[in-house]
Design a protein. Structure first.
Length: 420
């Protein structure tokens, strides 16, 4: 049976926006606010509805390429220094995912300044006018002080923007924002806790896209890169887990469609780790109890991030349960063995196997003998399913070869983005 999923395009875009914003609570909501500002500017200007939609969607993902926390903070400085690198990375990531490729070009140039008209071209490439709208909307959000009442800031924000009219900002875009800024409801909506609902009603076309398993895998791969590329030591982890889990599922007799879904689950299983500070993920020594508690949140966040997508219930459950234990002492849902599906058990084994065999900041990948010893011990302590592990052990060299090939390919893609 062919895999067909009906997905709301708005849900896809906001999933990415909220995924990136997990990097730091201070940054939460930035993408959706910029999308709201850009969309309202389009409405004020009576722009074509397709342009309005593209503006909202591109703005909601504009800092996708700001992989590290440091990059995100630099991007949020009003006078951002060298902001084009993360814009280029965002472009490179999105162009690999066909449903979003038309937004990639807009995002690529969203930090290009107007420069009295010369900003229509950057590095010998034409700059979409929508990029200048997002540039302005982005800088407006950066200027907002969350500790002060918003209406009292209107004059200061508008003054800052007008000081750079023609140099940083395209004049027509500034005029649209100036007209919009006079509306009190705009500012109230912008800082409303219901902003996502406001934005949903603002999108002129609620597009339902129908895609096959190839699109699901491409989307999963995109999200995996956002997670993994935060750190050189984890830059290929999800790819290793994905390939290992898919191979084990195939050995277990899963159907072709189920194997493809298992591959997607491997890509998606650690999305929630964006909510875990990098210093914890990269810590060379033992974690404190509080740090371990923070780590335990990532499976929960993964489930909640993926829930709105729809049509991927089994994949989401496998991801959500990949740290559950057969004796009910896993996390975060404390499910017992009977409630943990085979897909989640396979994913658990693939995750631990990949983590043990790959290099980490505190150690090199372990030997085959040591890996087997640790895995067997985890079965005895009910961390892992013994039957799944035995399948891996019986095919150890083949599984490890698949894992290595997948991670080598992922590393190649990582290096193409010039992040290292």
């Amino acid at each position: 049976m062919r895999h067909k999923v009906h997905v709301n395009l708005f849900n896809l875009v906001t999933t990415i926006a909220k995924t990136v914003d997990l990097v730091n609570p201070i940054l939460a909501g930035h993408h959706l606010r910029v999308a709201f500002i850009a969309g309202r500017m389009a409405q004020i200007g009576n722009l074509d509805r397709q342009i309005e939609q593209d503006l909202v969607f591109a703005a909601a993902m504009h800092d996708l390429g700001a992989i590290t926390v440091a990059e995100r903070f630099k991007a949020l400085e009003f006078e951002a220094v060298n902001p084009h690198r993360h814009a280029e990375v965002g472009f490179q990531l999105l162009r690999r995912f066909q449903p979003f490729d038309r937004f990639a070009e807009i995002i690529r140039f969203h930090h290009v300044q107007w420069e009295h008209g010369s900003g229509t071209v950057f590095n010998n490439k034409n700059v979409p006018w929508e990029s200048h709208i997002i540039h302005l909307a982005d800088r407006v959000d950066v200027l907002i002080d969350r500790d002060r009442h918003i209406l009292g800031q209107r004059k200061r924000i508008l003054s800052e923007i007008e000081q750079h009219i023609g140099s940083w900002f395209e004049p027509r875009a500034v005029r649209l924002f100036k007209e919009l800024s006079m509306k009190d409801d705009f500012w109230f909506d912008l800082l409303s806790p219901n902003l996502e609902n406001q934005l949903r009603s603002q999108v002129p076309i609620q597009i339902q896209v129908t895609w096959g398993i190839n699109h699901t895998l491409e989307f999963a791969w995109l999200l995996a890169q956002i997670v993994d590329f935060r750190c050189r030591f984890t830059s290929t982890h999800s790819s290793g887990v994905s390939a290992t889990a898919e191979y084990l599922a195939r050995l277990y007799g899963f159907s072709e469609m189920e194997c493809q879904k298992m591959m997607a689950a491997g890509f998606l299983h650690d999305i929630g780790k964006l909510a875990v500070p990098a210093e914890i993920l990269e810590k060379p020594g033992a974690l404190s109890q509080e740090e371990r508690d923070i780590i335990k949140m990532h499976s929960y966040h993964t489930a909640r991030i993926l829930e709105p997508l729809g049509g991927l219930d089994d994949v989401i459950q496998w991801c959500a349960f990949h740290h559950e234990r057969l004796d009910g002492n896993g996390y975060p849902f404390r499910e017992i063995g009977a409630n943990i599906p085979l897909g989640a058990r396979i994913l658990s084994v693939a995750d631990v196997f990949t983590a043990l065999t790959e290099d980490r900041p505190y150690r090199k990948g372990l030997t085959k003998e040591k890996v087997q010893e640790i895995l067997k011990d985890m079965v005895e302590r009910f961390f892992l399913d013994g039957r799944v592990l035995q399948t891996l052990l019986d095919n150890y060299d083949a599984v490890d070869g698949v894992r290595r090939s997948a991670q080598a390919y992922a590393l190649e893609k990582y290096q193409e983005l010039d992040i290292i």
